[in-house]
Design a protein around this ligand. Sequence first.
Ligand SMILES: [Zn+2]
Length: 547
Amino acid sequence: MFSTVVSGAVKGIMPYLMQVEVDTSDGLPMFNMVGFISGDVREAAERVRVALKNAGYPLPPMRITVNLSPADIRKSGIAVDLPVAIGILTAVGEIDSENLKDTLVIGELGLDGEVKAVSGVLPMVSHAFKCGFKTCILPADNAREGAVVQEMKIVGVESLSEAVAYLKTDADERDEIIPPTVVDVDELFREAGSYEDYLKGIDFSEINGQAAVKRAVEIAAAGYHHILLIGPPGSGKSMVAKRIPSIMPPLSREEALEVSSIYSVAGMLKKGETLITRRPFMSPHHSITEAALAGGGTIPHPGVISLSHRGVMFLDEMAEFKRNTLNLLRQPLEDREVHIARSGGNFSYPADLLLVGAMNPCPCGYYPDLNKCKCSEGEITKYLGRISGPILDRIDICIEAAKIDVSELSHGTQCNESSADIRKRVTAAVKVQQRRFEKEGIRFNSEMNPSQIQKYCKLGIQEQRLMERIFTTMDLSARAYHKVLRVARTIADLENSERIEASHLTEAACYRMMDTKYFSKSGLSAEQSIAGKTSVNLRKPAEGGTL
Ligand SMILES: [Zn+2]
């Protein structure tokens, strides 16, 4: 007898449908699995045999062949136990194959017949829905995750016997055996939109002082500009970084599905968890391995870069990261995707994140305070040089976080602006960009290529002259010149100004400290040089509840 059960698997983050074909025939009893499978998948045969026996369905003394197709994808690290067991029972006539129509079966088995949770359920169920499937039989622990795909009927099973009992029941009585799992997705988003419990104890209103830093991260969040905070220990760099997700617009449904799919594949959705509805914030330690950062293993798992997708990746003590580890970021920051090559094929994971770096200005942390800093020039250059040019190239905004003085610390928090207020401005600026780039295939100002910059960052004659002065005074590279324009565009958008004004340009230029003050040999201060040579006053950081 012959049967086919449809199951699902993921390669990287790409889901695909898998046909589990089972043939039983007379002959020497044996159990054979084929179909470009690796050793770990082959082991399923033994688990299925024991699980079936313990569930009260001992394997008949027959020749059993299981084929997994498509044959061109190497199957490794995937769970096929439950579909194989169901396939065998269908082939021997225990289950009517009609009852498996339009049904996807996913799950791993324990020896006692328990159905165990698997990773990657969300992308598999979404894909199955697009392919016209109507019912999914899933491990009970994954049921809520699958039920996010609202139109699909989700049946969560605890054990093999439960799955068999369900499939042996007539269609109209099945819901009484196992009621379908239902999740209120609207409610999930309402909770996420309120941000309340999320922000308990983590709000910008708690940060006194640091007006310039707050202003810079607002611009970074609004235009998705990678940002580097430089300052001495105790200047609150990580306090600020942790609060950046709280000023970003809530995840859209589409984004939430993307993020949740990555966490699902990584096996990082907690038991019973459904959707990740809040922007991720990942803060890897500087000792992190390259594999953990970018994704690794024989079957690569998403790394921290991908787990930060649509959120923030905060690299504290950025200069302490190994050079090779930091250099790994180059390609994902450029492509917004991580590519990993393995013998089993090439894998890609999304990695559209906001990079927030923080570092001390020198080994002791006090440069440029020459009274305190005892580092030699060579030591400082070497320290800053740990962040390679290609990574700095991808950072649009660099801001100095000064040490907070006592008067600021002792001040109350009542007059500080809250995250919700800042988020309103950021969200408005994001909407302006969405409208602007509707037909461009990008989402944020930071993604503009040179021709898009030409189109959307048109300057008036005076502004053009100012920009030329900035270019020569700061000795900017062409790349840095474009960055100034991108950031200026975001600053203008925050003010809902169609025109890029001189004040927007000078403020944007001040965030190029890495080109001058810290990272170049000249030691020229950007602020001083521009302010000194132009009649335009430096824009003050936004008023807004500090001091
Ligand atoms: Zn120092």
